[in-house]
Write a protein that binds this ligand. Structure first.
Ligand code: SF4
Ligand code: SF4
Length: 89
């Protein structure tokens, strides 16, 4: 896979752990677990450190703290993640 995403330096990774983001997020990542290969690329790029991947469960995201940036969907080499609009109450 080639990507044009520039290298990022994250000053305070995981900072949204201090603030739940689920109520104001506009989009949420949804993973097709049949397509996910558990490569862990998304784990490396998530600026909030809220993705866990293992061979059994594959992609798991803590939506309480995901801010919906879409970076995981951008870097997934098999396009397993789509960003879906949150339904507002
Ligand atoms: S959209 Fe993906 S990369 Fe962004 S915070 Fe949520 S899980 Fe992490
Ligand atoms: S980058 Fe894509 S294929 Fe790799 S673990 Fe994440 S969702 Fe699965």
């Amino acid at each position: 896979m080639s990507t044009n995403i520039p290298a990022l330096q994250i000053a305070r990774p995981g900072s949204s752990r201090m603030n739940k983001t689920g109520s104001w997020r506009t989009y949420r990542p949804v993973c097709d677990l049949e397509t996910c290969t558990a490569c862990t690329t998304c784990v490396s790029f998530c600026p909030e450190g809220v993705i866990k991947v293992n061979k059994e469960d594959k992609y798991q995201v803590d939506l309480d703290y995901c801010k919906g940036c879409g970076l995981c969907a951008e870097v997934c080499p098999v396009s397993a993640i789509t960003m879906e609009r949150e339904e507002q109450e």
